[in-house]
Design a protein around this ligand. Structure first.
Ligand code: ATP
Length: 407
């Protein structure tokens, strides 16, 4: 099965593995190994560069993971953040997924691990609004941990109890969110299996604009093919009661049996600012800002990249990562460990490591070294041999075609 193949490489090569394995791992908790950590950082940086640059009034903040009970009383989580759970007798109960933390010497002070990063911008809004000269729209992003006591975290790496979200909360005055709609109006959005012209959707322009920007992130930055990407609109019964418009971002993953949610675009109206009593003065009027939320699960996106770029060929397994996401971009090998060839290989390694993520390997046969690099999605491999000493050149092997040239 594809999920087993991916997990096998992920755990063997250092992408990710169950946390605390040596003591018997707990379901839903995973460690990123050295490759997974690079890939996760690359994803987070791509996300930052792309979404924060949508406006010069969008910024990133960082908050703690443990927040007070009052935050979640007012946000509605203590009441509503639950999933149905069936007991042995077949009765269905609501199970609250919040994880509680006892704080202080007596342990009387109840706090909670945040189940989403979103509450942090809401409760920080007032301060940032003042610091940023009281302009709307204003965006506050958080890339950070979220915690949910998921009932069934057994779907491998996809449903976790501790995970990372990248979320951008955009605050705006109702009916006053100008975007450059002309730029996107003819763009074809992929909604389920159809290409739909952006301007033909019966949704506000600011919302349609952000759908386009999200799709462009997946297609142009992450280089995911259009066939593997889609939006799915959630109807009234499916979406949270406070979301006025909700489209999920879905990617097609064979390992999970088809299209699965990796993020979403949510128009939350003034639900959150009213809950937290975030009333601000905007151009002489007291208002509760409305919120557009762009929400992404980082780990789910990492799994999706592993799934979508995985290939199994007759003699090898590989990931067709592009340089935006590949944890290792170039590998350098000496063909043999003698005759000053390792020294020449190290010279090449030192030359290029300033500009690329480079891996140096001299243990084992060249064929095996190539296979190992294929398995981690390394894009180019340089081999140094006797001729390199004379001609100052290398053999360059392309991962995808396995073609080799001398340069
Ligand atoms: P699902 O329906 O799959 O449980 P959700 O609709 O509850 O997800 P949101 O609350 O909208 O998810 O969270 C936003 C994003 O955070 C999701 O799109 C997903 O990528 C990620 N996410 C949510 N729950 C988990 C989890 N348990 N493990 C990993 N990522 C998650």
């Amino acid at each position: 099965m594809k999920s087993d193949d991916i997990l096998n490489i992920a755990t063997k090569r250092g992408f990710f593995f169950p946390s605390g394995e040596i003591y018997g791992a707990k379901a839903g908790f995973w460690t990123y190994g050295h490759l997974g950590t690079i890939m996760k950082h690359k994803f987070e940086n791509l996300w930052r560069d792309y979404f924060l640059k949508l406006s010069d009034n969008y910024f990133e903040i960082e908050d703690v993971n443990i927040l007070s009970e009052d935050v979640f009383k007012n946000s509605g989580h203590l009441k509503h953040f639950s999933d149905p759970l069936e007991d042995e007798k077949g009765n269905v109960k609501q199970f609250n997924m919040m994880l509680e933390v006892k704080v202080g010497v007596t342990g009387d002070e109840k706090m909670y691990l945040r189940p989403e990063t979103a509450q942090s911008p809401y409760i920080s809004f007032k301060r940032e609004f003042m610091a940023l000269r009281e302009k709307l729209p204003m965006g506050l992003a958080v890339i950070g941990k979220a915690f949910r006591n998921e009932i069934n975290p057994r779907q491998g790496f996809f449903r976790l109890r501790e995970f990372t979200q990248a979320e951008l909360q955009i605050f705006f005055k109702e009916d006053e969110f100008d975007v450059n709609f002309d730029e996107v109006k003819n763009y074809k959005l992929k909604v389920m299996d159809k290409d739909v012209k952006c301007s033909s959707l019966k949704i506000p322009k600011f919302y349609a604009y952000h759908l386009v920007k999200i799709q462009q992130f997946y297609l142009d930055v992450l280089k995911i093919s259009k066939e593997k990407f889609r939006f799915r609109e959630l109807d009234k019964d499916e979406r949270a009661f406070y979301n006025k418009i909700h489209y999920d971002i879905e990617l097609d993953m064979d390992s999970l049996g088809g299209f699965k949610e990796v993020g979403g675009l949510h128009y939350r109206t003034d639900y959150d600012t009213k809950n937290h009593k975030v009333l601000v003065n905007c151009n002489g009027k007291n208002i509760y800002p409305h919120v557009l939320e762009l929400s992404f699960g980082v780990d789910r996106n990492i799994w999706a990249l592993m799934d979508i770029f995985y290939r199994k060929e007759k003699e090898r397994e590989l990931f067709l990562f592009n340089k935006n996401v590949a944890p290792v971009e170039v590998a350098v090998f000496p063909l043999v460990n003698k005759d000053k060839i390792p020294e020449k290989a190290e010279e090449a390694y030192n030359l290029i490591k300033k500009d690329f993520n480079v891996f140096y390997d001299c243990k084992g046969s060249i064929g095996k070294m190539y296979r190992r690099m294929d398995e981690i999605g390394c894009i180019a491999m340089l081999t140094i041999d006797h001729n390199s000493l004379k001609n100052n050149d290398v053999t360059l092997r392309d991962r995808d075609s396995m073609k080799q040239i001398r340069v």
